[in-house]
Design a protein around this ligand. Structure first.
Ligand code: GDP
Length: 373
């Protein structure tokens, strides 16, 4: 039962990703298996169900929630006779659509080529089989090598280009002087851009889609008399393709070099605990797990509390009656850093939020310039 709930949530997210990429989902298929089928990922019976549906409904694309091996992708394509996309592919696609600056586009292109490279051989194997294989091996091999070389050349070119921009960004960050740096991090679509807008009173693009933000935005913010820099960063997601983590290193440097992280969470989302874990995992991967962090539980206006068992800390009644104090009594406050509960949309608890950020920034400022304060 719990497994079923989880797989439903995962597919909800996959459907949202598909929608973000511009697709419409007609049907979901779920299969419980001990291990994925090495040849076709799903089993023969299930595959026949999918094939029949694809044929009957003239489906253009079949999306799998896990990363498929190049061979699996080819095998499935042959059976279903439609385009086969895996989760990584879909996320890369969205990133490609959303990349606005040439820096982001370069980063995405690099990730796409890195995804493609190990798949080149599979592509040719497939073609060879169709051509009959024997006798074609010679030229086929050469073509694979030529293609690989082209892709490898392109990859090293893109890497150089990115390294150059990273250097420039590093210099820019250096030029920002000694101001305290605060970075918004969080799962995708939790409200980071909205929060950025209300804190800095600026207009950053916010949209109910995944990954509205690919490029970092830096704003100078003043609370009280205290100026600091606030950065919006790319949204994190479960199973973020490793190629993307790598190529977005420069963007993630903003996080790495921040003095304080505001980890924004959408508590109205059923899977928010998983989201926190995913974000923490990525923070760990980029070596930023131990930074001072303020947990910002956002969208309290949309939070529908579950009826909680009696032995839990507090019995949650209705969401309308929550005061900040009551929020603090919930288990959520037992997270590592401090926690605050807000609605960026309605500005609920916003003064508390500003004050908490102010205090934290001030603490950092004071340790940095002990004699100026
Ligand atoms: P980001 O991807 O983390 O930058 O998220 P966005 O700022 O783009 O917001 C994603 C969606 O959540 C948008 O539709 C926002 O209007 C919505 N949103 C942001 N904050 C809140 C909030 O406090 N309450 C509710 N109900 N929705 C919010």
């Amino acid at each position: 039962q719990q497994d079923e709930e989880k797989s439903n949530e995962y597919l909800d997210e996959l459907e949202f990703l598909a929608y973000t990429a511009g697709g419409e989902v007609l049907k979901r298929f779920v299969q419980k298996m001990e291990k994925p089928n090495p040849k076709t990922f799903i089993g023969t019976g299930k595959m026949e169900d999918v094939r029949a549906f694809v044929e009957a409904n003239d489906v253009g694309v079949a999306i799998f929630d896990d990363e498929l091996s190049p061979a699996q992708q080819k095998n499935i394509e042959k059976i279903l006779q439609c385009k086969i996309i895996d989760r990584t592919n879909l996320i890369l696609d969205i990133f490609a659509q959303r990349a606005q600056t040439s820096y982001a586009r370069t980063q995405v292109e690099l990730a796409q080529y890195e995804y493609l490279l190990p798949r080149l051989a599979g592509m040719w194997t497939h073609l060879e089989r169709q051509r009959g294989g024997i006798g074609m091996r010679g030229p086929g091999e050469t073509e694979i090598e030529t293609d690989r070389r082209i892709v490898r050349d392109r990859i090293s070119l893109l890497k150089k280009k990115i390294a150059k921009i990273d250097k420039q960004m590093e210099v820019q960050r250096g030029n920002r002087g000694a101001l305290v740096r605060v970075a918004l991090v969080g799962y995708t679509n939790v409200g980071k851009s909205t929060l950025m807008n209300v804190i800095s009173k600026s207009e950053v693009f916010a949209e109910n889609k995944l990954f509205a933000t690919l490029d970092t935005t830096v704003r100078k913010v003043v609370i009280g008399n205290l100026p600091f820099l606030l950065t919006d960063t790319v949204g994190f997601i479960r199973k973020l393709p490793t190629q993307l983590v790598e190529s977005f290193k420069g963007t993630l440097d903003e996080v790495r070099e921040a003095d304080l992280l505001l980890h924004v969470v959408d508590i109205s989302h059923d899977s928010f605990e998983d989201h926190i874990a995913s974000v923490n995992k990525i923070l760990d991967e980029i070596g930023s797990a131990d930074k001072p962090t303020l947990m910002v539980f956002n969208k309290i206006d949309a939070y529908e509390p579950e009826i909680i068992e009696e032995d839990d800390l507090v019995t949650l009644k209705t969401k309308a009656h929550y005061t900040l104090k009551e929020w603090k009594k919930t288990w959520m406050n037992s997270t590592n850093g401090d926690a605050i509960f807000i609605s960026a949309l309605n500005k609920d608890n916003f003064e508390e939020f500003r004050k908490t950020v102010y205090d934290k920034v001030r603490d950092i400022h004071v340790t940095r310039f002990p004699y100026n304060n």
